[in-house]
Ligand binder design. Structure first.
Ligand code: ZN
Length: 466
């Protein structure tokens, strides 16, 4: 497979786009203001504990207090108001929301992810063969035991299956030292303060793919040099680096990034056979609706449903990565009665998600025929990262109908009676409708209408002229 990484730099952010055989498969955004990043570790101050919200609020020295869900409080020890606690940002602060924290610190290395306040050892579910998993886990536990006097927990990453014993030990020791340094720093620093800054997302991308890129292109020469050094040091492999120096068109245009972003922001995804998907994110979950096209080449309805579902499933697997959808995902496939076909669909789905670097778990079909799955959420989905709430509808997705608004205006006018002269101020979009209403009420002589673009589309004002 030909995998390329494109790094585009602007004043405020980096955009990382991964292409596999020419198709964009992942896009990550990084704000240059690194304090917003997840992964950072802070010595925070406990400000409030709110059992009703199942949360504590922690001052980590940023504008907004951060949110610590109490469900993983057993990793924190006892929380006391105004005392300090070591926390890691699990989701960056976005918009009006403060950062989401956890006391369960995770430090990702090349082959292991260290979890210091936990003694549990687990292994990436990407290694499928059960026997291989068990053997590798036992081997690494045995290997690291002499070095793990504090009984730290860790997760064995997929890349560990190809690594030498020495490399794994080296990775473990460096993560352990990193954690010990964080604890040492914490004793010296005041509360609140930043103890550890997660390095640029570029390193987690390089680790996720074990440095396996056929080419890396960037318009930021300094960044490209950092990447080169990191790969040489950690993966001992040669990579073709391509600096993109000043040309007529930017790297952004050259790789048609605007099209990729539009694709991510569009809830509709068209399938080759005429069917389409609707992908919607709500607070609680992501719902994906599969719709069949009008043309069907296949004989029976059941066959058509199956073929559309298979195509939809492949596209969904791609969009999980591209949009970075996380948490609970519910897919409403086209109804299939045949249990064998449902099984076949899930089997092929398992195969498709192998390319995904985030853990994905496919559950079974529910009694209502919905397929449920979960995908690990590390940060907000790209839609959330790339958009703000719509000013006009404040996120509802709809505005008042003309009928409702005219009804409200009519009632307001009647309440103002008796009057000599009124002025109605209205958004230009409704000017004609209001004019028609006033003329139908035969009030043209006593009501002035002012078209005012600063007036919100859902609102109007009626004033009495004195
Ligand atoms: Zn809107």
């Amino acid at each position: 497979m030909n995998r390329e990484l494109v790094i585009i730099s602007s004043k405020d952010l980096y955009l990382y786009v991964i292409f596999e055989d020419g198709e964009a498969v992942e896009l990550r955004v990084e704000y240059k203001d690194l304090l917003k990043q997840s992964g950072n570790i802070y010595k925070g101050k406990v400000k409030r504990i709110v059992p009703a919200m199942n949360a504590a609020f922690i001052d980590i020295g940023e504008d907004r207090e951060a949110f610590l869900p109490l469900k993983d409080i057993n990793h924190c020890g006892e929380l006391k108001i105004n005392e300090s606690v070591i926390v890691q940002v699990k989701r960056s602060a976005v918009g009006n929301k403060g950062a989401k924290l956890s006391c369960k610190v995770t430090l990702p290395g090349k082959y292991l992810v260290l979890i210091p306040n936990n003694s549990y050892v687990s292994i990436s579910s990407k290694i499928e063969d059960k026997e291989q998993r068990e053997n590798l886990k036992e081997h690494i536990k045995w290997l690291l035991e002499p070095f793990n006097d504090k009984e730290f927990g860790y997760i064995i990453r997929t890349s560990a299956s190809e690594a030498s014993d020495e490399a794994i030990i080296e990775d473990f020791i460096s993560l352990k030292q990193l954690w010990e340094n964080i604890l040492k720093t914490s004793k010296k620093k005041k509360t609140p303060s930043l103890l550890y800054e997660e390095s640029s997302k570029i390193y987690s991308i390089l680790r996720d793919y074990a440095g396996k890129f056929s080419k890396i292109v960037s318009d930021d020469i300094k960044k490209l040099k950092e990447v080169k050094e990191y790969i040489k040091k950690n993966f001992k492999q040669e990579i073709k680096l391509e600096p993109y120096r000043k040309r007529k068109i930017s790297l952004y245009t050259y790789y048609e990034i605007d099209k990729i972003i539009n694709k991510i922001l569009n809830p509709y995804v068209w399938l080759k056979n005429g069917g389409y998907l609707v992908i919607e994110e709500t607070e609680a979950l992501v719902s994906i609706d599969v719709n069949s096209g009008s043309h069907c080449k296949h004989k029976s309805l059941e066959e058509t449903a199956y073929h559309t579902n298979i195509e939809a499933m492949k596209e969904i697997a791609k969009h999980l990565r591209l949009r970075d959808l996380g948490g609970i995902i519910i897919i409403d496939f086209i109804d299939m009665k045949d249990e064998e076909k449902k099984k076949a669909l899930i089997e092929q789905f398992q195969n498709e998600i192998k390319k995904d670097k985030r853990p994905v778990k496919i559950k079974s079909f529910t009694s209502l025929g919905l397929l449920e799955l979960t995908r690990k959420k590390i940060e907000d989905s790209l839609i959330k990262q790339l958009t703000d709430v719509c000013f006009t509808c404040t996120g509802n997705g709809f505005i008042k109908s003309k009928y409702l608004l005219m009804f409200e205006i009519e009632k307001k006018i009647s309440e103002m009676k008796p009057f000599v002269k009124l002025t109605i101020r209205i958004n230009p979009a409704h000017y004609k409708a209001v004019k028609k209403l006033i003329s139908e009420l035969k009030l043209e002589d006593s009501i002035d209408i002012i078209s005012d673009s600063s007036q919100h589309i859902n609102k109007f004002s009626v004033e009495r002229e004195i």
